[in-house]
Design a protein around this ligand. Structure first.
Ligand SMILES: [Zn+2]
Length: 491
């Protein structure tokens, strides 16, 4: 595989060097190319520059927009230009009539700063001005909801279009993205929130949810004939599909009183014999035991690390992956929490999503190493060493939508699977441990089944546990990095 010769104009480096190098690393490794950075005056394959006459004989020239790099968070998405081959988006003030990609004698000119666009999506610039509720959950602007921007994964669309452009420009075949010649990847995950039912309380909640039709199931829960301990049934179901999932456990034991006072941690104790035995069964069978960081784990690194250690002791294994309960990273500064993942030794995290909206919060269906853009302590910006596995869908996002019928829910999740396949991305589903029971949660499991049936029928997905996917991504990333030269700022 030939390495791409990349040149970046010195003015851009001075303006946003670490951020620009980081974006290029994410882009080129996602597409599957190594690189060699060369001076702007040397012959190169791709020039990223502010002035067209600096591009020399480059086969691809990307015209940068320094004004955007100066104030990234000031840009607001005005629309998606879905049919344009070079750019899927448009900011406020940009003309719809822009000619975005020109070809002349086999050379391509992008008059669109796709490097900035990727930075803007992958660092979540626009969400910083959206309203947040008490848990830090954002409400998306109407346009984002109507156009289903998250479900389109615009950052991945850019990455795929750039890859197609490299092919069109005649560059060698890239390194394959996924093992076994597969087109895409998928992982099933379960947040373990409520495996041990509170027998005097839960029947009331069932009747509240389901009305009179829930009375029979509520009675069975009250009398102990029906419960939330669904692990054996999950294992049987997944074995039938030939897959293994990850279960994320909370190591900090909460209480009803704490819950009422606003710290909604689950009530179970991971050090109890029942859980120790469960961990052994899961691990022996090939399932992943991961961490579901408690609601306030992000608030202190020692607390976060202590939870990881407690779970590792109980499970008798190293914990490599995490998801935050309630997706609750520092609501004012998620970058700080993302950095903590690397600092406490996690291989990956899978918490970047919006609670109520399906689709990809940072616009990407492929894993990426995040970037801190406002590290308060050090004023530095740099790449974070724990890979992010972006979540496509959580059960409640569809199952709690009263405006959708069950067939419509299944249609939406199948569309996500197909979209991932089109973008050669990763499909991560989050289905809670306790929703397995059709009588207690009608339709919840059926939606996951619809996704699994589609993935199985397609036959082009690599199904693996999140830790296997993260390890693959790290190995591939390191392989490309170690054979490349330059684009090293912010590492
Ligand atoms: Zn949870």
């Amino acid at each position: 595989m030939k390495h791409l010769r990349i040149s970046i104009s010195p003015g851009l480096r001075a303006l946003a060097g670490p951020a620009i190098d980081w974006v290029w690393r994410q882009l080129l490794t996602a597409v599957g190319y190594g690189w060699q950075e060369v001076s702007i005056t040397d012959p190169c394959d791709i020039a990223y520059t502010t002035e067209t006459d600096l591009a020399g004989e480059a086969r691809i020239m990307i015209l940068a927009s320094p004004q955007y790099w100066q104030t990234p968070s000031a840009q607001r998405l005005a629309g998606l230009v879905v049919n344009d081959p070079c750019s899927p988006l448009r900011y406020n003030g940009e003309s719809l009539a822009l000619t975005l990609c020109k070809e002349e004698d086999g050379r391509f000119r992008l008059e669109r700063d796709i490097i900035f666009d990727l930075f803007w999506f992958l660092t979540g610039q626009e969400e910083r001005c959206w309203p947040q509720d008490v848990h830090g959950f954002y409400t998306l602007p109407k346009f984002w909801q109507m156009e289903r921007v998250l479900e389109q994964a615009p950052a991945s669309a850019i990455i795929e279009k750039f890859g197609a452009l490299l092919k069109q420009a005649g560059f060698d075949e890239p390194l394959p993205r996924w093992p076994q010649g597969r087109r895409a990847a998928a992982a099933i995950t379960h947040d373990v929130d409520y495996p041990e039912v509170i027998r005097w309380l839960e029947p009331l909640r069932i009747v509240q949810r389901q009305g009179l039709s829930g009375v029979s199931a509520a009675w069975q829960v009250l009398t102990g004939r029906r419960d939330h301990w669904a692990f054996p049934r999950w294992m049987e179901l997944e074995t039938n599909y030939g897959i293994r999932s990850a279960f994320y456990f909370v190591a900090r034991q909460g209480s009803l009183l704490e819950y009422a006072r606003g710290t909604p941690d689950p009530f179970y104790d991971v050090t109890a014999p029942r859980f120790r035995e469960l961990f052994r069964t899961l691990i022996d069978g090939g399932w992943e035991v991961g961490m579901h960081a408690s609601y306030l784990a992000y608030a202190a690194q020692e607390r976060f690390a202590a939870e990881k250690q407690r779970l590792e002791e109980a499970a008798g294994t190293a914990v490599m992956g995490n998801r935050h309960h309630y997706w609750h990273m520092n609501p004012a500064n998620p970058d700080e929490t993302l950095q903590m993942h690397a600092d406490i030794g996690l291989l990956y995290d899978t918490s970047l999503t919006h609670d109520r909206y399906l689709g990809w919060r940072r616009g990407s269906t492929v894993p990426f190493y995040p970037f801190t853009t406002h590290s308060v302590a050090t004023h530095s910006s740099r790449e974070i060493g724990a890979v992010q596995l972006p979540v496509a869908w959580m059960d409640a996002q569809l199952s709690q939508r009263a405006d959708l019928s069950q067939p419509q829910r299944e249609e939406r999740v199948i569309a996500l699977v197909d979209h991932v396949a089109a973008q050669r991305g990763l499909f991560v589903a989050n289905v809670h441990d306790y929703v397995f029971d059709e009588a207690l949660f009608p339709g919840w499991l059926a939606t996951l089944r619809a996704a699994l049936e589609r993935i199985t029928a397609r036959g082009d997905f690599w199904m693996a546990t999140p830790v296997e996917i993260a390890a693959h991504w790290r190995q591939r990333y390191q392989q490309l990095l170690s054979s490349s030269r330059g684009l090293e700022e912010g590492r």
